[in-house]
Design a protein around this ligand. Structure first.
Ligand code: PMP
Length: 426
C-alpha cells in the first residue's frame, strides 16, 4: 500500500470523499489521488516521494511555477505585519490599480476570496443593475458553485454526471437559461424568445471546464452585439483565462470588451483570491455606493493581496505570454505527432497558457457535444500511464491543462516522450 493510499483511506473517514473539492478524488479517472507534500517550479512531489511534471498547477493559479521565490518573499514580508485586519489597506489600492492597468475594460474592481464569489457577485450585480432575473450561460461552462450557475455546468459537476445538483430549488434554476457554447444562432433564438428579460450573458471566453475549447471566430463578437441590442450585461468569466491566455486575458487575446469581468486563480498568486470588475457605471451599483449588497470578512486580505500583486507584477514581463503559448503549442504538436505515429485518433486545442487534448476521430473539437463524445475510457488509461511516467495531468477529460513559466524545454520534451510511450501501450 502506498502512503497516498493509506492517507486516502484515512481521509475518507473524516472528509466527504476524502477531499475538499470533488475532482481531486480522481473520480473521473479511478484510482487513488496523490497526496502532495510539496511543489517547486514545474514539479509536484507526493507523499511517496514521487516527482511529477505538473500540468494542473493548482488548477490554474501557478502560472509562475510553484513556490516562486519572489511571491514567497512577498508573503513572508506581509505576514510580519499581521494576517488580517478587516479594514482598508494601501495594498488593495495597488492591486486594484494593477488590475485596471492590465485589463482596461475594468474601471473599478472589487476583491473577493474565490472564483465562485466573483461570478456569484457579478450576476447579482447584473441582475440588480438591469432589474431583470434571467441569465444566460452555456452548457459545459463552469462558473463556480453558486445556485444559479450550477445548471448544466462543466468541471466536477460534469465529471460526476450531476449537471443539476440536488439542493438547488427549481425556482432558482428556472431563471438560468442555457444554450450551446459556440452556437450564436441558439443565443439569438433565446433572446428572441425572452426579449428583454435577460440580465446578462456569462461565458468562459475560452471554455476550460469541458476540456479546452476556444471560441469559434465571430462567437464572442456575436455575444457582444446581442448584449448591446438587448441592454444585457456581457460578463466574461476570466477566472481561468485571466492573465493566462494573454496578460490582459481572453478579452485582449480576442479583442472583445465585456461589461464585467470575473477573475480568480492567477490573481491570487496561489492564495485564495477572486475579483470582479468592469464599467464604473455598473460597479457603482455595489454597496456601499449602490444598492446591490456584496461583502467579505477576508476580502482584500493583506497576505493574499501581497501574493497576488507580486504575481501580476512578475507576469507583466514583455513576451512572457508568447513564451507560454509557444509551450502550449509545443505540447499539443508533440502529442499530435506522437498520436499520429501510434495510430491513435487525437485532436488538440490551445490558447495562450492553456491547452487540451481529445481522444476523437474529429478533426477539431469546438462544442460541448463533441467534448462529451470523446473516448473517456482511453483518456483514463492515458492519464494513469502518464502518471506512471511522472507526468501529472488533470484527473478528468473535462479540464484544461496549464503550462507555467517554469516548464523548461526539457520538461516539455520529456512529457512528449512520456506520451509516446503511453500511446504505445494504449
Ligand atoms: N469560473 C471558472 C471559469 C472556473 O474555472 C472556476 C474554477 N475552476 C470558477 C469560476 C470557480 O472558482 P473557485 O473554484 O475559485 O470558486
Amino acid at each position: 500500500m502506498t502512503i497516498s493510499q493509506d492517507l486516502f483511506t484515512r481521509a475518507q473517514t473524516s472528509i466527504p470523499g476524502g477531499v475538499n473539492s470533488p475532482v481531486r478524488a480522481f473520480n473521473g479517472v479511478g484510482g487513488t489521488p496523490l497526496f502532495i507534500t510539496k511543489a517547486e517550479g514545474p514539479y509536484t512531489f507526493d507523499a511517496d516521494n514521487n516527482k511529477y511534471i505538473d500540468y494542473v498547477g493548482s488548477w490554474g493559479p501557478m502560472i509562475l511555477g510553484h513556490n516562486h521565490p519572489q511571491i514567497k518573499q512577498a508573503v513572508l514580508e506581509a505576514v510580519e505585519n499581521g494576517l488580517s485586519y478587516g479594514a482598508p489597506t494601501e495594498t488593495e489600492i495597488l492591486m486594484a490599480e494593477k488590475v485596471k492597468e492590465l485589463v482596461p475594460s475594468i474601471e473599478k474592481v472589487r476583491m473577493v476570496s474565490s472564483g465562485t464569489e466573483a461570478t456569484m457577485s457579478a450576476i447579482r450585480l447584473a441582475r440588480g443593475y438591469t432589474g431583470r432575473d434571467k441569465i444566460l450561460k452555456f452548457e459545459g461552462c463552469y462558473h463556480g458553485h453558486a445556485d444559479s450557475l450550477l445548471v448544466k455546468a462543466g468541471s466536477g459537476a460534469l465529471t460526476m454526471g450531476v449537471p443539476n445538483s440536488p439542493g438547488i430549488p427549481a425556482d432558482f434554476a428556472k431563471h438560468t437559461l442555457t444554450v450551446s457554447f459556440n452556437n450564436l444562432d441558439e443565443v439569438k433564438a433565446i433572446f428572441e424568445q425572452y426579449k428583454d428579460e435577460i440580465a446578462c450573458i456569462i461565458v468562459e471566453p475560452v471554455a476550460g471546464n469541458m476540456n479546452c475549447i476556444p471560441p469559434v471566430p465571430g462567437f464572442l463578437e456575436g455575444l457582444r452585439e446581442v448584449c448591446n441590442n438587448h441592454g444585457s450585461v456581457l460578463i466574461f468569466d476570466e477566472v481561468m483565462t485571466g492573465f493566462r491566455v494573454a496578460l490582459g486575458g481572453a478579452q485582449q487575446y480576442y479583442n472583445i470588451t465585456p461589461d464585467l469581468t470575473c477573475l480568480g486563480k492567477v490573481i491570487g498568486g496561489g492564495m485564495p483570491v477572486g475579483a470582479f470588475g468592469g464599467k464604473q457605471e455598473i460597479m457603482d451599483y455595489i454597496a456601499p455606493v449602490g444598492p446591490v449588497y456584496q461583502a467579505g470578512t477576508l476580502s482584500g486580505n493583506p497576505i493574499a493581496m501581497a501574493a497576488g500583486l507580486k504575481a501580476l507584477e512578475l507576469l507583466s514581463e514583455e513576451g512572457l505570454h508568447q513564451q507560454l503559448e509557444a509551450k502550449s503549442k509545443a505540447l499539443c504538436d508533440g502529442f499530435q505527432q506522437a498520436a499520429d505515429e501510434a495510430g491513435i485518433a487525437l485532436t488538440t486545442n490551445y490558447a495562450g497558457g492553456m491547452f487540451g487534448f481529445f481522444f476523437t476521430d474529429a478533426n477539431s473539437v469546438n462544442s460541448f457535444a463533441q467534448a462529451t463524445e470523446c473516448d473517456l475510457e482511453r483518456f483514463k488509461r492515458f492519464f494513469h500511464l502518464m502518471l506512471e511516467e511522472g507526468v501529472y495531468l488533470a484527473p478528468s477529460a473535462f479540464e484544461a491543462g496549464f503550462v507555467s513559466t517554469m516548464h523548461t524545454q526539457q520538461d516539455i520534451e520529456n512529457t512528449i516522450a512520456a506520451a509516446k510511450s503511453a500511446f504505445a501501450k494504449l
